[in-house]
Design a protein around this ligand. Structure first.
Ligand code: GAL
Length: 688
């Protein structure tokens, strides 16, 4: 059975810090939250010292008093383990628990997330406080679930402490058994890096030109992910012993160098995401914005959350301005934006949305990170908006538990994700194509899912009409088998340049390219090149449509009779050479494109392959609106139409829908105000 929050309705919550406010305020705060539609709070993720103020001295009074008030008020609580912020007594006495930068300099007390996952001492002390907290609080009637830590791998997702080096050696011994195997996998014969003793191996350290052996770094990232998963599991194994039946275990955020799927499978009931679309309006990111999507880009992150847990939660949803005292200067959400961003989360599959935070903190690094209430706590516009959102969410009850629906998939896997993190050549094509495919899907109102190949069976892919796997530079035989099965049963797979030239160690293969995928693609790549800015833009002609083949070009040749040249380059010294080849395989077809996908190119693919605008015949929307679709088990569909524009958008319903917010049927032209959302239902409609 799918593991989710098991809510009977879409629910609102907030993050509350009882330790930040005088106790006399608690009751009134709880009361006010409930009056405004907030039914769940998350507490205690940074409050280690309130439970263990001195080493080995445990006291439960503080949260006992708070939980008693919460229970009396009828407030439900998500309780956290406090491992994100070890107390000063701990880091001072046991500096080995601290994380370090690559130079080995320790990160000290004063901020947060300054610990490492591999220190046996930290593991011991975290285990103890998690066990004590769970044993004491888990049976409390106000508690409905647990959050482990806070944002694992946020702040820092690289670890260079001595404990990490020791654990890295253990990880490598388990993986390779012998130094010969490790030397072979890492290609250490290059530049005389051969290891003769395990003690010679360290987590990456500073090297000239910052260019540490890439195969070593790839294993190091796998190791960081492994350490994070271990740390989460260590805590979840404890919590599982104590949680009441029906209570859940989760953690929040999606950060780098972490296999979030594995962590969720091993340790959580579902993932929760922290959604801050207002980052789009931060001074430092605003300038670099090019595709006009701004806050809509958070839909990409929500698609990532959904790829981990189809029905997920938002543990922290934007409710005020961004801002630390050191960075992230951004405005207050405009009237309607909190509603829009809440609907964005729900439209993508969230059934729980919890605002960060109830009151704006008056002290510390986050004095400018605003919550619902400002410093004074007076009633304000944002609180009124929460109350309004609560009313709207009441109308969305039938949407609860339904799944996002997409016919297009963008395939990913962790090895390629991590390889793109360290290999600039891979990163450049990957960034361009993922940004472009997302933008093209958004602007053509084509819902898509991220499909993590390393966590899906071939059968899970069969429901997608088209899969894009833009630049799988690392390809293994297992991956190739899944992709072949997908195509053979009738799927359409689109690959981009630089596919299949590495094995799982990150070393280049010596077979003809695209390596293991040559039989599937029926394509050969006798030559390839980076596109120099001096060459200008390279185009290919696809039946009269010019598409850009940016960044890197594979020059293609068909290998089989079924392989058809679809497009040829029209510029550079390779004008006339095939740029796109399609190959029939079983009931399906695979396309190999020799470039990275520019936004226009991605759009042409969606259109030519017949998957753009799947709902164009029943709904017409301007580009500035997003469309998401959730479908329940009885096949009722809920179309979320969200206007991100600062002006009124005109939408046209070409059929009769049930407008959930209005509670009546709607058809024809409708106006959607700035930041407005409509949820239009087709109850029990079988596939159109
Ligand atoms: C999140 C974090 C919160 C708070 C918020 C605003 O990443 O989980 O604790 O720091 O950002 O900065």
């Amino acid at each position: 059975m799918e593991r989710s929050m098991k809510l009977d309705k879409i629910t609102l919550g907030t993050c509350y810090y009882p330790e930040h406010w005088p106790e006399e305020m608690w009751e009134e705060d709880l009361q006010r939250m409930l009056e405004n539609g907030i039914e769940v709070i998350r507490i205690a993720e940074f409050a280690w010292s309130k439970i263990e103020p001195r080493e080995g001295e445990f006291t439960y009074e503080f949260f006992d008093r708070f939980l008693e008030k919460a229970e009396k008020a009828g407030m439900k609580v998500i309780f956290c383990t406090p491992s994100a912020t070890p107390p000063a007594w701990l880091t001072n006495k046991y500096p080995e628990v601290l994380n370090a930068n690559m130079d080995g300099v320790l990160y000290r007390h004063g901020c947060r997330r300054h610990y490492n996952y591999n220190s046996p001492k930290y593991q011991e002390l975290v285990t103890r406080i998690a066990e004590k907290s769970a044993a004491h609080y888990a049976s409390h009637p106000a508690i409905i679930g647990w959050q482990i830590d806070n944002e694992l791998n946020c702040e820092k997702n690289e670890f260079y402490s001595e404990s990490d080096t020791i654990a890295f050696r253990v990880f490598l011994k388990k993986k390779y058994h012998t130094l010969d195997a490790l030397n072979e996998a890492w290609g250490t014969v290059f530049w005389n890096q051969t290891y003769t003793d395990w003690e010679e191996i360290y987590v990456p350290r500073p090297t000239p030109s910052n260019a540490t052996n890439p195969h070593e770094v790839l294993d190091y990232v796998r190791f960081v992910s492994d350490s994070t998963c271990f740390f989460a599991k260590m805590q979840s194994d404890i919590l599982k012993k104590y949680v009441k039946p029906g209570d859940f275990i989760t953690t929040n955020g999606l950060f780098g160098n972490l296999d979030n799927h594995r962590m969720t499978e091993e340790s959580l009931d579902f993932i929760t995401y922290d959604s801050y679309p207002n980052f789009a309006y931060c001074l430092d990111s605003y300038e670099s914005e090019k595709d006009g999507l701004r806050d809509r880009k958070w839909s990409r992150n929500l698609a990532e959350a959904r790829a981990v847990s189809p029905v997920f939660g938002i543990m922290e949803q934007q409710s005020g301005a961004n801002g630390w005292n050191t960075r992230m200067e951004a405005p207050t959400p405009k009237p309607g934006q909190m509603t829009l961003w809440t609907m964005q989360s729900i439209g993508h599959g969230a059934d729980y949305v919890s605002y960060f935070r109830w009151r704006t903190c008056t002290m510390g690094t986050e004095i400018y990170w605003h919550g619902i209430l400002d410093y004074s706590g007076r009633d304000n516009r944002r609180l009124a908006e929460v109350k309004q959102i609560h009313k709207m969410v009441g109308a969305l009850e039938p949407v609860t538990g339904s799944h996002y629906r997409a016919e297009v998939g963008i395939v990913k896997d962790y090895d390629n994700l991590w390889d793109a993190g360290l290999d600039m050549w891979h990163q450049r094509v990957d960034r361009e194509s993922s940004k472009s495919l997302f933008a093209a899907c958004q602007k053509t109102h084509t819902p898509f899912d991220f499909c993590y190949l390393d966590h899906m069976r071939a059968e899970d892919l069969f429901r997608y009409k088209v899969l894009f796997y833009p630049h799988a530079t690392i390809v293994t035989s297992e991956m190739s088998e899944k992709l072949t099965a997908y195509v053979e049963q009738g799927g359409c797979l689109v690959l981009g340049c630089r596919t299949g030239y590495k094995d799982e160690t990150g070393k280049c293969v010596m077979s003809r390219l695209p390596g293991l995928l040559q039989p599937l693609t029926g394509t050969d790549i006798p030559e390839y090149t980076f596109v120099s800015p001096a060459d200008g833009t390279v185009y290919a002609d696809w039946d009269g449509v010019q598409i850009e083949a940016c960044i890197f070009n594979d020059l293609l040749e068909p290998l089989t009779e079924q392989a058809r040249v679809e497009a040829r380059y029209v510029s550079s010294y390779y004008a006339g050479t095939p740029a796109l080849i399609s190959n029939a395989k079983g009931k399906g077809r695979v396309f190999y494109f020799g470039g990275a996908f520019h936004e226009h190119t991605a759009r042409v693919f969606l259109e030519k392959l017949g998957v753009a605008q799947p709902y164009g015949d029943i709904l017409a929307l301007p580009e500035g609106c997003e469309l998401t679709v959730r479908e329940s088990t009885d096949q009722s569909r809920y179309f979320f139409v969200m206007n991100y524009l600062e002006e009124t958008a005109e939408i046209c319903l070409k059929e009769v829908f049930l407008d959930l917010f209005e509670g009546k049927e709607a058809e024809g032209k409708l106006e959607l105000p700035p930041y407005g959302t409509k949820v239009l239902a087709k109850i029990n409609s079988i596939n159109r």
